[in-house]
Design a protein around this ligand. Structure first.
Ligand SMILES: Cc1cc2nc3c(=O)[nH]c(=O)nc-3n(C[C@H](O)[C@H](O)[C@H](O)COP(=O)(O)OP(=O)(O)OC[C@H]3O[C@@H](n4cnc5c(N)ncnc54)[C@H](O)[C@@H]3O)c2cc1C
Length: 531
């Protein structure tokens, strides 16, 4: 007998666990998150949040709160450059301005906000949406059978243990993921790029920043490679160091941790700043840069999300953002299955849709590490860089729940102006007559969209809502002719479209397929695991 029952248990209550909790609450499903720490993140870590993430935060009613919080620390228009040192020469510009090229493709913008400032907002919203969050609770055992999963949670204050029974478990327990270890799921890729450190410090660098209003500043000099993230005052921030020494092809260059003394940490900081000045080291964190992806994202009723599923170097800001998209893909599917609205086979599509994209993003993070931090090591085995916007809102997914159009070109990414309403991609942003975005119509349920015109059939099958859109560019942006229709999922992904006139039965069949129901509404059993 278990002590407690819940539809979904989330192990880990940091960035991705909290996002999953918010989303399940948003979709009306109860969840319990167990987090062994007493509170949310204590270090800034993630800072660069991509369009996929900010669009989701907008749908969850957090856009304004996050933007205001971001402006307390960062400018809205920072970029990414490389310097010899803050006082020294500028070497390269990787991103001129954070939101360059974004306008017209999204109703929102990328933001810089530190993870320790963001997480309390996610936590607050998850609670507003009905999630249960339990801190100082560590998952210490897991067993699953055909009906559900039993997880033993230890109260880290009292030492008491209790069993929680859940239909499904989401493992959001970070890069060392004890859950992944228990399930025996291996990681593939580049296992140790460097034993890096992050020095959190205070020093008045405002003068050295001059008019450089930068979000991320890479440092390249004969003593070290890494990057700064400084707040807008230039007085506080952190320095990541990935390699030390002039010859980064030497193995010893990638071990920044061994033999690190306080004196040496100050020396690194002085070198990266490029001049001596009063400075205070607040903390030093050791971490391993790697570029790896789990070989599977699911074992039975347990799903891996976030750093439990993939670990990347911070270059390009992929780690947390990828995890948020895992949660976005999975949460509505779990909710639909738990509520009996979808067949359990829908849960098989999480891995089918996300794994190829996760592998691609891991490779892209590796590309940015290789080209920005250790270019001397060469480009053998390094994939060419894909433009950020394609990795954020131009990804192409495939699964039995998506009616991909034939012939399939096999692309995994495309510029949003080229994908133009293609099934498997994020639905395009079009400004509506009321000034809102098409993206504001999605997030909670399936939506049928049709271009306005004579005799248009404003109809959606039960379980979906319908909108007729008369904004001028809509039909072209979605690739529809008069009478056509498109079906958009709660995660804003296009499940199906009919370019030309679509009959009601056809739309009903498309919805059934997108929910893994057979054409008369029966739920399809899962192929890969228990239902
Ligand atoms: C210097 C640096 C800069 C970065 N910059 C960016 C960036 O700009 N953009 C970006 O997107 N990402 C960035 N990242 C990566 C980002 O921080 C991570 O990808 C993100 O934190 C992953 O979130 P998560 O919730 O999956 O895992 P984590 O944040 O690691 O959280 C896992 C949680 O699970 C808990 N836990 C573990 N085991 C158990 C258990 N058995 N029981 C209960 N709880 C458990 C842990 O206590 C922890 O709180 C950066 C990382 C670093 C180090």
């Amino acid at each position: 007998m278990s002590d407690e029952e819940v539809p979904v248990l989330i192990v880990g209550g940091s960035l991705v666990g909290l996002t999953t909790a918010m989303l399940l609450g948003h979709h009306g499903v109860a969840s319990l998150s167990a987090e062994r720490h007493a509170g949310t993140a204590i270090h800034p870590r993630a800072g660069h949040f991509q369009l996929g993430t900010t669009e989701l935060l907008r749908q969850l009613g957090l856009e304004e709160r996050v933007r205001e919080k971001s402006l307390e620390t960062y400018s809205a228009t920072g970029g990414i450059i490389a310097v010899e040192s803050l006082a020294g020469r500028e070497l390269a510009t990787y991103v001129k301005e954070l939101n360059e090229g974004v306008e017209g493709f999204s109703p929102t913008v990328r933001v810089f906000i530190n993870q320790d400032a963001l997480e309390p907002l996610l936590r607050e919203r998850a609670l507003e949406l009905g999630a249960t969050l339990r801190n100082r609770a560590e998952a210490v055992a897991l067993e699953q059978d055909d009906e559900g999963v039993t997880v033993t949670l230890r109260d880290l204050d009292s030492g008491d243990e209790r069993d929680v029974r859940a239909r499904y478990v989401v493992a959001a327990d970070g890069n060392r993921s004890p859950m992944r270890g228990r399930l025996g799921i291996g990681m593939l890729g580049h296992k140790e790029l460097s034993r890096s450190i992050t020095i959190y410090f205070r020093a008045d660098c405002a003068e050295l920043l001059r008019d450089r209003n930068q979000g991320v500043i890479y440092v390249h000099n004969p003593e070290l490679r890494g990057f700064f993230r400084l707040d807008r005052t230039g007085g506080t921030g952190f320095l990541v160091i990935n390699t030390v020494g002039a010859d980064v092809t030497e193995d010893s260059a990638i071990d920044v941790q061994s033999g690190l003394t306080e004196e040496r940490a100050f020396q690194y900081l002085r070198t990266a700043i490029g001049t001596d000045m009063p400075m205070e080291i607040v903390d030093v964190a050791n971490w391993r840069a790697e570029a790896t992806c789990a070989e599977r994202l699911r074992e039975g009723r347990v799903f891996l999300v976030g750093d439990a599923a993939h670990v990347v170097p911070p270059n390009g800001g992929f780690g947390g953002n990828m995890g948020v998209q895992d949660a976005r893909n999975l949460a509505w599917k779990l909710a639909a299955v738990v509520k009996g609205e979808a067949g359990p086979a829908l849960l098989d599509t999480y891995e089918a849709e996300r794994l190829p994209l996760c592998v691609q993003n891991v490779q892209q993070a590796y590309t940015r590490y290789a080209t920005r931090v250790v270019p001397e090591r060469g480009v053998e085995g390094v994939e060419p860089a894909i433009p950020d916007i394609e990795l954020e809102i131009g990804l192409v997914m495939r699964s039995p729940a998506i009616a991909s159009e034939e012939p399939d070109d096999g692309l995994l990414h495309q510029h949003p102006s080229a994908s133009a309403g293609r099934p498997g991609t994020r639905a395009p942003h079009v400004v509506l007559a009321n000034g809102r975005s098409t993206l504001d119509l999605f997030g909670s349920q399936f939506v049928v969209l049709r271009p306005a015109g004579d005799g248009v059939d404003d109809w959606a099958p039960p379980g979906a809502v319908s909108h007729v859109i008369d904004a001028e560019p809509f039909a072209e942006a979605y690739g529809l002719s008069p009478g056509g229709a498109t079906l958009v999922r709660p995660d804003s992904v296009i499940a199906w479209r009919s370019r030309g006139p679509a009959a009601r039965e056809e739309i009903a069949r498309a919805l059934a397929k997108a929910l893994a129901l057979d054409s008369n509404g029966a739920r399809q059993a899962a192929g890969g695991g228990p239902t």
